[in-house]
Write a new protein. Sequence first.
Length: 132
Amino acid sequence: MHKGLKEIVDSFLLFDSWEEKYEYIIDLGRELDPLNKGLRTDANLIVGCQSKVWLYCEEKNNKCFFYGDSDALITKGLVALIIKVFSGLDKDEIVNFDKAFFEKIGLRSKLSMTRSNGLNLMLQKIINFAKK
């Protein structure tokens, strides 16, 4: 388990209530550097999300590094969470990632249908980056 993934698992285990876990997600979003305005393009926009979400991938030394942003607070936290999970992995690690991870930490069951759909779209965009 890589560092970002371990940090998320440890944090989710640390908090007892979902209110605390949501606060953690919101804090992740607050800590996320804003995406460069030049990368806020239609090509990086995730179509189908209720909020505006941009996700950009840069490949360095056979590893993928992700940058993103959103105009909504909790969604920006989900973007930050996704970036923490996948940034720095190589393409094979991304493609073979255990998609049930978000169920295992209990996140998927606590998201509204629209946020869960947005999470699915973000994951699909990341997998598409890795398959290029």
